[in-house]
Every structure is written in C-alpha cells, then in structure tokens.
Ligand binder design. Structure first.
Ligand code: ADP
Length: 377
C-alpha cells in the first residue's frame, strides 16, 4: 500500500519554510507518497474546522512549485495551546494514525514545535523535524532555516543606518530579533563593524554602554552603532543610572510593568552622552524576507533528508529525527536531543569581547570634530 505523509509549519514563521515544503513535496512524489499539507501548525490537527479540507489538504508538487521563493509560510503557522494537554495529544495521535492514515509527519519549526512533535512520537507517530526559526537557538545545528536570511536583512538595514549615522555624526541603537539567542545580533555586529553588541547570553550594565559610547565620542567616533538582541533587556542592569527620575518620574516606570526599550535606551544615552542618539527596531522584516540562497539550498536538502528518513529509517523508541547542519553539511540526529537543546552551544566570548572593546582609530576630520566638541563644552 502506498504511504501518506503530512507536513506542517509551526511556531514563528521563518524564511525558507516554503522552500522546505516544496522539497518534501517533490521527493515524496518521487517515492509515490501522498503528501498532506496541515494548516496553521498543530491547530490543523485538532479537527476543529467543519470542512476538513480547511485543515488538511493534499499537496502535490505541481501545486506547490510556485511557492518556492514565496515569503512567509503558505501552510500558515500558529501557536496551539491545546497541544500541551495529554487528552488532546492522545486524540491527535489516534486521528493521525487511524483516521488520516498518516505514516510520517514533517514538522518545520523551533524547539517548542519539536517538543510537540516528541509528544506525538511517544504516541507512535513517526516525526522528522526541520529547524524553522530565524533565531538559530537550536544548539544541535549550526544553522536554522531563516537565520541566514534574517542576518542578511539586519546587515542590509545596519549598513543603511550606518550611512545616515555617518552623514549626521549620530550614534544609533539597533534592535534585532533572536529571542534568547544573540546569534543574529553577534553576526550582524561582526558583519557591519558595529561598535557594541548586547546579547542575552551576557549580563551587561547600562553604565558600561554609556562609558563605551562616551569613549567612542571622545576618540572621534560620534556615529557608533549599538546592536541589541530583543530580549537582552532582562539581562541588563539599568537600575542605577541617575537619569531615571528625569525620564520617567518613578522607579516602576523603567523596570516595573513598563520594560526598558530600544527607544528609551537611545533617550537615556542621548542625555548621558550628550549626543543625538537615534534608534531603530528592525522587527518583522527579518521574518518576512525572501530566503537567501543559503536558506533556500538548506531547505531543499533538509526536505530531501526528511523524506529519506521517513522512508528508510526507524527512530529509537519514543524518539524521532531532527535534520540540521554539522560541519557545513546537512545531517540528522535524535529529535529528543535536538528538542532538549543539549549540550548547549558555547558562546563566542572572544568575539563578544573584541566587538565591545576594539578601540576607534580616529581620522583627521574626526579629530577636528573632537576639537569642535571640546570648544562647545
Ligand atoms: P517554536 O516552535 O518556534 O519554538 P513555540 O515555542 O511557540 O515556537 O512552539 C510552537 C508550538 O509547539 C506551541 O504553540 C505548541 O503548540 C507546541 N509546543 C511547544 N511546547 C510544547 C510542549 N512542551 N508540548 C507540546 N507541544 C508544545
């Protein structure tokens, strides 16, 4: 009897998800396997829609070929609260096996989606994960689908920002995504020559940022770029700066219900460093971008590997497979290990230190600028 596979995209969308779906569809067709596209992540497995076709529909390679370079995810994605409930998982696994007769499921998503997939593995559903997230926060793989694209979007944006910073001699704070992983921030900082980077992996202090920015300005660089990862606020000490009262009028305002923000940080630096500091949050353009060649190629190879695994390999009990990149090549490993994020990836302390301490070498006109600033004072 011919086989039937299912595929879904889950969690945050990431560039390259569509390319991976196309790849799976093409290889499945080569094997004569029917492929079902499941809509809106795990929600599509709950059997909520009156018309089943709204949730689970047949995908043929001709139907999906056009989405190869399409932004976002054609299958849609969503988060699904019900997937944390045992009774829901029992029902979903039973439906997948006995109602939809699905022999294998490809899940394109991050570690949360992997944990959901593992719950299905424990209930006898064969699952393969493809790491679809821009955050690059899965230590088992050197790259996740969409990470390279996100970095390229950030680099392009920071290059533009640095051009206008240079024109006006203004420092700039730029926030990038990454959840609790500073890889996008680090890579962007390295690629653009940014003067500072702030990441969730490292505790930091606003007073050090002020000190470093002041040093840059004094040394003739009034156009420094500070790259900050979106969730690094939790790891920073913003408590003890003397401008809090001026800015907010109360303690709670800064570190209570109102979290610190990139805009607020620029405002603080403006006062603390007497400079026209500006800010930009790059935001969702990182997620909705067209996949780079790297991500498209990774998607193609990952899709191929996922089909091969579902066709030819048997995972360990209660486990599935996760596709990733190791030593620059596509490989696969245990889904359990991949979802547990163990062992953690070591953080590049040396590069972090280099970016944040590299001195600025002033040019002649920089020194003129410093002299003019000193006269103003
Ligand atoms: P990502 O996959 O990008 O990490 P989330 O963490 O939001 O995104 O997870 C996506 C979805 O995966 C969740 O909405 C939920 O349906 C499912 N999921 C996450 N964690 C678990 C878990 N521990 N058990 C079962 N399902 C989970």
């Amino acid at each position: 009897m011919s086989k039937k596979f299912g595929i879904l995209t889950s969690g945050g969308d990431s560039p390259g998800m569509n390319a991976a779906v196309v790849s799976v569809a093409r290889y499945a067709q080569q094997y004569g396997v029917e492929l079902m596209g499941i809509r809106r992540g795990y929600n599509g497995l709950l059997g909520k829609s009156e018309n089943e076709l709204n949730d689970i529909r047949k995908l043929r390679s001709e139907t999906v070929l056009d989405i190869l370079d399409m932004r976002g995810t054609y299958l849609r994605t969503a988060r699904c609260k019900e997937f944390f409930l045992d009774e829901v998982l029992d029902q979903v696994a039973d439906d997948l096996k006995n109602k939809h007769h699905i022999d294998g499921l490809v899940i394109i998503g991050g570690d949360g989606s992997y944990r959901g997939a593992l719950d299905l593995c424990k209930r006898g559903v064969r699952c393969v994960g493809i790491p679809g997230t821009i955050d690059n926060d899965l230590p088992y793989t050197e790259a996740t689908l969409g990470y390279d694209t996100a970095v390229n979007v950030c680099v392009e944006a920071v290059r533009s920002i640095r051009a206008t910073s240079r024109s006006h001699d203004r420092p700039h704070v730029v926030e990038v995504m990454g959840r609790r992983c500073g890889d996008i921030a680090m890579r962007t900082a390295i690629a653009t020559g940014a003067e500072m980077v702030i990441v969730p992996e490292k505790k930091w202090d606003l007073r050090d940022v002020i000190k470093r920015l002041n040093e840059q300005i004094t040394n003739g660089n009034p156009r420094a770029t500070i790259i900050i990862c979106e969730n690094a606020w939790e790891d920073g000490n913003m408590a003890d700066y003397p401008w809090r009262e001026q800015l907010c009028g109360s303690d709670e305002c800064v570190h209570g219900d109102t979290p610190f923000s990139t805009k607020l940080m620029a405002h603080v630096l403006k006062i603390a460093c007497n400079a026209e500091v500006r800010s930009t949050v790059i935001g969702y353009t990182q997620r909705g971008a067209i996949p780079t060649a790297y991500d498209s190629a990774f998607a193609f190879e990952a899709g191929h590997r996922a089909v091969e695994l579902l066709m030819n390999e048997t995972p360990a009990k209660d486990d599935g497979f996760a596709v990733g990149v190791q030593h620059g090549r596509v490989f696969h490993t245990s889904l359990k290990d991949a979802a547990q994020k163990k062992p953690p990836r070591p953080f590049d302390e040396k590069m972090y230190h280099t970016i944040n301490t590299l001195p600025y070498l002033p040019r002649e006109d920089d020194l003129i600028l410093v002299a003019a600033r000193n006269v103003k004072k």
